[in-house]
Write a protein that binds this ligand. Structure first.
Ligand SMILES: Nc1ncnc2c1ncn2[C@@H]1O[C@H](COP(=O)(O)OP(=O)(O)OP(=O)(O)O)[C@@H](O)[C@H]1O
Length: 460
């Protein structure tokens, strides 16, 4: 049997890995010796005074630059959670340690780095042990959350033999998020990067609409409306300038009605909603053949080929229960065609559902941006976001059914396979009125608005 390395060598290796612990006191001591205690004390007092001035004078930059580093250092070294015996005990209890086959020494996964994004959310970078995979940690994530006494642990693979544990201590979204003002100039709107709200890391949640389709799932009252209205209101100047057109499918006849005056097409009720989807497909097909005649495969953004946004407030009404099976199947087929072919032709779909039903789920993968808000069943998370997304931390079914959690949910970022907690900004009735004002003038001169309506049936 081999022998374990001596403690003094382990200590030297530790100092090598954390040079700051030797360098900072060493530099302070050298300063005192070289410049004398008075000068060194004055420099230290100057640094402290500068820090206080920064803290009080410019809280925003302090909170984004200094505070996260101080919190990270505090979590790393001043709390016991991620170091020493406490961490080793948690790892042992969760079967995440191993025995060195030669020395029989217990090996404990080492915490490499901690990044504290906010008081509620931090990322712990951990070196896995040989023989472990990210799956080992994903399986342990729920138990790890309980052991750390936090609300949620999500596991993300970052590089070989290392995982990032996204730790959510408390709810990061304590307040409603106010959206930016409705833009008035088309030049400032980037349809490939629209503002939606905030992420759990305190950064902006943005997403492209052009060339994409969005799928929004959430129980009644979960705040789907805020994700639909956010991008719509930002399109206001483009609608006014003829660069974007709204095709609104509003089976209930209430959710999207406020935008009807500036919509290119608006339909309420099940049958008219289905007709509108078919009409959208006709428009996309026409555009496809015009571009084909010109030898083009993708459309630029112009008044001739504007961004056509099909918003379907309740997809289940047009795909699952609002009509005869034959009509529903026809709409399922047409929507499938739109989702597969419209992206390059400036056609985008924003579709919302209360539940991911069997009629909707087959289309799921054609939606390139998917969001799940508070939901009623744990099975919905994977049905919306994809396989294993609940296991990886997308706990949308655990968002409490309270009014102040509306707009909170999960998305999966493009380059990662880890659900990210987000909150949509809340578009108020005042914002919607402002949007109609900006988008509406001089919209009528373009002669675009046509409205299709029918009596809204009671059972919808
Ligand atoms: N992003 C948000 N932030 C804070 N509160 C919100 C947000 N979105 C919605 N709310 C609040 O939640 C309520 C319900 O929101 P909303 O109508 O969008 O839910 P929904 O998911 O569309 O429900 P339904 O499917 O029944 O239409 C709103 O009246 C509002 O008070």
């Amino acid at each position: 049997m081999g022998r374990a390395q001596g403690k003094e060598f382990k200590a030297m290796k530790w100092v090598g890995r954390h040079p700051g612990f030797a360098l900072v006191p060493g530099a302070a001591l050298a300063g005192v010796i070289a410049a004398g205690p008075v000068t060194a004390g004055s420099v230290a007092a100057g640094i402290a005074a500068g820090a206080v001035t920064w803290y009080r004078g410019h809280p925003r930059s302090w909170d984004s630059v200094v505070a996260p580093r101080m919190r990270s250092a505090h979590r790393r070294w001043l709390t016991k959670t991620y170091r020493g015996k406490h961490w080793a005990k948690i790892m042992t209890m969760l079967d995440l340690t191993k025995l060195d086959p030669d020395t029989k020494e217990k090996l404990v996964p080492r915490v490499r780095r901690i990044v504290s994004h906010s008081p509620s959310t931090e990322t712990i970078y951990v070196d896995m042990l040989m023989g472990q995979t990210p799956g080992t940690w994903t399986d342990a994530a729920e138990a790890l959350g309980h052991a750390l006494r936090v609300q949620r642990v999500a596991v993300e693979e970052t590089e070989p033999l290392r995982v990032a544990l996204r730790v959510q201590r408390t709810e990061p979204f304590q307040q409603m998020i106010i959206p930016p003002e409705v833009p008035t100039s088309s030049d400032v709107v980037d349809v490939s990067d629209l503002y939606l709200g905030e992420t759990e890391y305190g950064t902006e949640w943005r997403a492209p609409l052009r060339g994409q389709h969005w799928f929004i799932s959430g129980a009644t009252g979960s705040g789907k409306g805020s994700i639909v209205w956010g991008p719509i209101t930002q399109l206001a100047p483009l609608i006014r300038d003829g660069l974007a057109r709204l095709w609104l499918v509003d089976p209930k006849g209430t959710e999207l009605k406020a935008a009807a005056p500036v919509a290119y097409r608006y339909a309420a009720g099940d049958e008219q909603s289905r007709l509108l989807i078919a009409e959208f497909w006709d428009a996309i097909e026409k555009r496809k053949s015009i571009l084909a005649d010109q030898g083009l495969r993708t459309a630029t953004l112009s008044r001739e080929t504007p961004l056509d946004v099909l918003v379907i407030d309740e997809m289940a009404a047009v795909l699952a229960y609002g009509g005869e099976p034959r009509e529903l199947r026809a709409t399922q087929r047409i929507l499938g065609l739109i989702l597969t072919q419209a992206r390059a032709l400036n056609g985008s779909v924003i579709g919302a559902v209360q539940e991911p039903t069997k009629e909707v789920v087959p289309l799921r993968d054609l939606f390139t941006q998917r969001v799940i808000l508070r939901t009623t069943s744990s099975a919905h998370v994977d049905m919306v976001l994809g396989e294993d997304m609940r296991l990886r931390g997308g706990l949308a079914d655990q968002i409490p059914n309270l009014p102040d959690t509306a707009g909170i949910g999960f998305v999966v970022r493009e380059r990662s396979r880890t659900p990210l907690r987000v909150r949509a900004a809340y578009t108020s009735d005042g914002d919607i009125a402002e949007f109609v004002k900006v988008a509406g003038w001089p919209h009528t001169e373009l002669g675009a608005t046509t409205t299709i309506t029918e009596e809204v049936s009671e059972d919808v």
